[in-house]
Design a protein around this ligand. Structure first.
Ligand code: 4AZ
Length: 282
């Protein structure tokens, strides 16, 4: 009996001690804080304000690897052809350095890993400027084994671009979690972005970049949702005429997720003929 009374008193004292400690914590904002740590907080504005995805949700996404390291994203056009950005392939004449990982949510492991056979970079792409005609087609050595995790995506046509749903897209990749960071996301992420009117895009970049008809801008008006370094070459996808289509290829931009500075994408519909021809010739 006496024993039990002591035990109750000790338990009550312990509870009081714990609640005092919790109060102290809350007041002094020490270890148990509900606010995200600074690093997470500043990740608003990277792929960029997005969410983690499983590859079966984005089965046309691939990682293009240079010497075994994730370099860029890409989109599956057919069993042997990937569409990506020209600026990913400074070493386009050394395809043996490149490989494609498909069918995995992680760029470092899983899925299939196929060597690249040949790289076709748009003839007008000027690496010195790094902008304009930023498109490439890559052939892999063996056909991709299509599955729930590995699927092609059709190219957007001009007609698709005038569809009512055209203005909301999503972009995906393993790119930076912070502007200026060299760290890549180990797992695939995606974010929705809105197309900017061409006029608004030209105005936004008037001081720095000449925005051409071959480019498309997308982002969020207030910033905070964008592609970033390492997402380059990856897919910008829209829903048109009842199916998903490849609308853009991640190309460049100033910073990531900055207000008023949307991401710049290669406008796939403008290069549809070029891609189809390159895919046949490669
Ligand atoms: C890059 O450096 C890059 N915010 C890609 C996309 C964007 C900016 C930079 C768009 O590869």
């Amino acid at each position: 009996m006496k024993h039990n009374a002591y035990r109750s008193i000790i338990i009550i004292l312990l509870c009081q001690l714990l609640s005092v400690a919790a109060l102290f914590d809350a007041k002094h904002n020490t270890t148990t804080t509900r606010e995200p740590p600074k690093q997470l907080e500043s990740s608003v504005g990277r792929i960029v304000g997005g969410f983690e995805a499983h590859i079966h949700q984005i089965p046309y996404q691939v990682s293009i690897q240079q010497e075994g390291v994730h370099r860029c994203g890409g989109a599956i056009y057919s069993a042997t052809i990937i569409v990506s950005a020209a600026h990913c392939f400074e070493l386009w004449d050394m395809p043996e350095l490149f490989a494609v990982r498909a069918g995995s949510s992680e760029h470092e492991r899983g899925g299939v890993y196929l060597p690249v056979r040949r790289i076709f970079v748009h003839a007008q792409f000027q690496p010195a400027n790094g902008v304009g005609d930023d498109i490439a087609v890559v052939a892999v050595t063996y056909p991709l084994p299509f599955s729930i995790n590995i699927q092609p995506i059709p190219l957007a046509s001009s007609a698709d671009m005038s569809d009512a749903y055209r203005s909301v897209y999503f972009v995906s990749g393993w790119g930076s979690l912070a502007e200026g960071s060299r760290l890549r996301s180990p797992r695939l992420r995606f974010v929705t972005v809105k197309q900017f009117e061409q006029r608004a895009c030209k105005a936004a970049y008037s001081r720095t970049v000449h925005i051409t008809e071959g480019m498309l801008c997308a982002g969020a008006l207030g910033g905070g949702r964008d592609s970033c370094q390492g997402d380059s070459g990856g897919p910008l996808v829209g829903y048109a005429h009842g199916r998903f289509v490849l609308v853009g290829v991640v190309s460049f931009g100033i910073g990531c997720g900055r207000p008023g500075l949307p991401g710049i994408y290669t406008r796939v519909a403008e290069y549809k003929d070029w891609i189809e021809l390159a895919a046949k010739q490669i």
